[in-house]
Design a binder for this molecule. Structure first.
Ligand SMILES: [Zn+2]
Length: 63
């Protein structure tokens, strides 16, 4: 499913297991995953899968 739009999916947060949001930003060619429960953040290149930026607050952060 390739669309030149901003798509949002709900995924399991790899940090706390909660509901995280995955945004496919086709314009900038990146995928941003962020979790509202634990502030987990990961930005990867949509084309290469390479991690551009990642932040995990630790496994104790889930409330
Ligand atoms: Zn989380």
């Amino acid at each position: 499913m390739e669309r030149a739009t901003h798509s949002t999916y709900t995924v399991n947060c790899p940090n706390c297991g909660g509901d995280a949001e995955r945004h496919h930003l086709a314009e900038s060619g990146v995928v941003r995953t962020q979790c509202p429960h634990c502030d987990y953040l990961m930005i990867t290149c949509h084309h290469t899968g390479k991690v551009i930026e990642a932040y995990a607050p630790g496994i104790f952060a889930c409330r």
